[in-house]
Design a protein. Structure first.
Length: 312
């Protein structure tokens, strides 16, 4: 792949930037980990010394030095930096969610188009063969028996568990499971059901949100999302049903670094062929649109978004 990007830099200096993006790039035989940049050059130097490459004084200095950037930053920091990198002609490997508001997501989509670059959003589940094989199988079943009619998904993180690396993540505390785990659930359902047209939602304890989704053509699905599940109550599952039966999302067994390496390969293929990746900026924008609609629904006064149950 002569036109595939080879020199990669990581924007971000936190846990995920070092242990997933950096580690996967350092181990990839076909790319070079050029280095890291964040808001603090000393942190970039510390991570580069530990993982590989060199430290850059600023994100712009790193963008200048590479063919592609991967971003492991809070989503509201990621979106404008990704747009800048794309407009500078750098391919972008993004994290979920693409952004925390639709205007920022739209700008990334526009920047990717204007910069004529490749983009992939690392929605973890879509980069593991157990899951992609299952989705292909379900696609074949739907083609044979008819479209899926509904799905139920729970995605629950446990960031309050001792030692969890995301306990101090400010954007997670502020935006909750809706924005952190919601993109994972939507990435799986998005591969099985038509686009979401309407949403409604209710709240649970802490950050828990329960969402009802109405899809084009009539299918309906439900999500239960949190990132503060009690110890022993975390974990994820998804079930889909229709004329082809009822099916559970399988677990994947590979490491996150193996999945991220596949995302790197998909970005390189998209850059070399000019074919947009199905997990590209448009798919990331679609998830943001759904999550923003849920947030807008939840912002309504309870009396306007719910119907009280009559009691004697
Ligand atoms: N695909 C997956 O399964 C998966 C898993 C984990 C994370 N992620 C994604 O990776 C991204 C980063 O996640 P994370 O958990 O590492 O997030 P985080 O802990 O909240 O933040 C990551 C780093 O960004 C820097 N940072 C924080 N606030 C900043 C700000 N206002 N301006 C500039 N830099 C700032 C901090 O690094 P310094 O303190 O060193 O500056 C921080 O360590 C998120 O989009 C998340 O969803 C994805």
């Amino acid at each position: 792949m002569s036109d595939a990007p080879r020199r990669f830099g990581v924007l971000g200096t936190g846990h995920w930037a070092a242990t997933c993006h950096g580690a996967a790039l350092a181990a990839h035989p076909d790319v070079e980990l050029v280095g890291f940049a964040g808001r603090d050059p000393a942190r970039a130097a510390e991570v580069a010394a530990r993982v590989g490459g060199r430290a850059f004084a600023s994100p712009d200095e790193l963008i200048d030095a590479v063919d592609a950037v991967t971003l492991a930053l809070p989503p509201h920091v990621q979106a404008p930096l990704a747009a800048r990198a794309a407009r500078a002609g750098r391919h972008v490997l993004l994290e979920k969610p693409l952004a925390l508001d639709l205007a920022a997501a739209d700008d990334v989509v526009a920047a990717v188009r204007e910069g004529a670059v490749a983009a992939v959003v690392h929605t973890t589940y879509l980069f593991h063969p157990e899951v992609t094989g299952w989705l292909e199988h379900l696609g074949a079943l739907a083609a044979e028996h008819g479209p899926w009619e509904g799905a139920l998904a729970r995605w629950a993180g446990t960031i309050d568990a001792p030692g969890n690396p995301y306990g101090a993540s400010a954007w997670r505390r502020e935006s909750g499971g809706l924005w952190d785990t919601g993109p994972h659930a939507l990435s799986v359902l998005g591969a099985l059901l038509p686009p979401v047209e309407r949403v409604s939602a209710g709240r649970g304890v802490r950050d828990a949100v329960n969402v009802a989704l109405e899809h084009a053509g009539g299918a309906g699905s439900a999500l239960s999302l949190t990132l503060t599940a009690p110890a022993g109550a975390g974990g994820s599952f998804a079930t889909v049903w229709g004329p082809g039966g009822r099916h559970d999302l399988p677990r994947f067994h590979g490491t996150v670094q193996e999945g991220f390496r596949r995302a790197v390969d998909r970005l390189r293929t998209s850059a070399a062929t000019g074919e947009p990746d199905p997990a590209g900026a448009a798919a990331g924008r679609e998830a943001v649109a759904v999550l923003a609609a849920v947030e807008a629904h939840l912002a309504r006064p309870p009396a306007e978004r719910t119907t009280a149950v009559a009691r004697r």
